[in-house]
Design a protein around this ligand. Structure first.
Ligand code: CAP
Ligand code: MG
Length: 415
């Protein structure tokens, strides 16, 4: 019987088949290894090899990955389709971003990008709505949709939270959003917050004649999340919000399934993504996390502010472009720009990411010197002006709340 060694996972003449998942990694080999040593080990450990020579029988080697290119600190690995279970994101990630992240053969390794083949991609549902939320839920025309998250993040009572929603909605914003760490605490219980906020939404819709909606955070263990999804549907919501990284992809998959039954859209908050993607040469890139979010069914996803805001961002524009591009017929995803935004940054933001986005601001609305309602008016006016290609300074002459916001924050990037 032939033995399987690390070298058997390396073939630089290999052309990946259309059915294979092709992954690109940045690799920094351990000091006693070269790139070919490391590449063979990555392909081996992420498919069906190990450190010891194995005796191979029958078609076992058909499941082996092949390291098929090495170029400038990067390697390409092709994974056969039969290695993967249909529609099981946890299993896929245990292969391509599993043990290899900690192997001693590499100093650092980062999963940079995946080319998802049709046979695997189409075993996932993808988003139910994607960017069409802008027309299907709102009648937003060519402008970005807008959202605000009450601040402080946690500690507001249910009444205070719902009142902030009312002020934001009537000030012109489309969405009230829960913060990532607000779920079902004693100071603001989930069920009360849902019903009170939706009651204020109805009032704001009556008064403004515009469609309004609420991103209520259902994040919890999967059983409780599904109960909360059902509650949102019963009470007439259009969306749920999920902290997709902290609660895990398998849970997101179940939420997507339940949301399909109710026709609810999913807003994906990416809290903890930076634990995977912040160190540039290690971990899993935000690009891949965005791909995984799309496959699992997020309709809108935080992808950053193209470096205009308070948080580190990886290639917002490039990731957004990928989210819009065809993926074997799966729906696209609406990118959410958030994190330190305020009205003065909106023109440059729209310049960098376009209008097919959601613009989200917390501090940049509620920190307005005249309060939330004025802050909402200022943000909406800035978005309307930027989307129409109008100068926001000129808009500020018509909208005093915008003038006040610009006077306070100018175009500064907060920290
Ligand atoms: C924004 C935010 C969002 C971040 C997440 C916050 O509030 O609510 O969670 O945008 O980052 O808590 O920071 P501000 P990202 O508008 O007050 O900054 O979008 O990069 O995932
Ligand atoms: Mg937040």
């Amino acid at each position: 019987m032939p033995g399987i060694n690390y070298e058997d996972f390396l073939d630089l003449d290999y052309e990946p088949r259309d059915s294979e998942l092709v992954c690109t990694f940045a690799v920094d080999p351990a000091s006693d290894m070269d790139m070919t040593d490391a590449a063979g080990r990555v392909a081996s450990e992420s498919s069906n090899g190990t450190w010891a020579e194995l005796q191979a029988e029958g078609s076992i080697t058909d499941l082996s990955a092949t390291a098929c290119a090495i170029d400038d600190g990067r390697i390409t690995v092709a994974y056969p389709d039969a290695l993967f279970e249909d529609g099981n994101m946890a299993q896929v990630l245990s292969c391509i971003a599993g043990n290899i992240m900690g192997m001693k053969a590499v100093e650092r390794i980062r999963l940079l990008d995946c080319d998802w083949p049709e046979p695997l991609a189409t075993t996932f549902p993808g988003p139910q709505f994607g960017t069409s939320v802008r027309e299907e839920i709102f009648d937003a025309g060519d402008r970005p949709i807008t959202a605000t998250v009450p601040k402080p993040k946690v500690g507001l009572s249910t009444d205070q939270h719902a009142q902030i929603g009312y002020e934001a909605w009537t000030g012109g914003l489309d969405l009230l959003k829960d913060d990532e760490n607000l779920t079902d605490q004693d100071f603001n219980p989930f069920a009360d917050r849902l019903t009170e906020s939706l009651a204020q939404r109805d009032r704001a819709e009556d008064e403004t004649g515009e469609k309004k909606s609420y991103l209520v955070n259902v994040t919890a263990d999967t059983r409780r999340m599904l109960e909360r999804v059902d509650m949102v549907a019963e009470h007439g919501g259009e969306y749920v919000m999920v902290d997709v990284v902290t609660c895990g992809w398998s849970a997101v998959q179940r939420v997507r399934e339940r949301c399909d039954e109710h026709g609810l859209a999913i807003h994906a908050h990416r809290a903890m993504h930076a634990a995977f993607d912040r160190i540039p040469d290690h971990g899993v890139s935000m690009r891949v996390l965005a791909q995984v979010s799309r496959l699992c069914g997020a309709d809108q996803l935080h992808t950053g502010t193209a470096d205009l805001g308070k948080l580190e961002n990886e290639d917002t524009a490039g990731i957004n472009e990928w989210l819009y591009t065809d993926l074997h017929g799966l729906n696209d995803v609406l990118p959410v720009a958030s994190g330190g935004l305020h009205p003065g940054l909106v023109p440059e933001l729209i310049d960098r990411v376009g209008t097919n986005v959601c613009v989200q601001a917390g501090g940049g609305v509620h920190g307005h010197p005249d309060g939330t309602h004025a802050g909402a008016k200022a943000l909406r006016a800035a978005v309307d002006a930027a989307a129409a290609g109008e100068d926001i300074e000129a808009k500020a002459d018509e909208v005093p709340e915008l003038a006040t916001a610009i006077e306070k924050w100018g175009t500064e990037t907060p920290r």
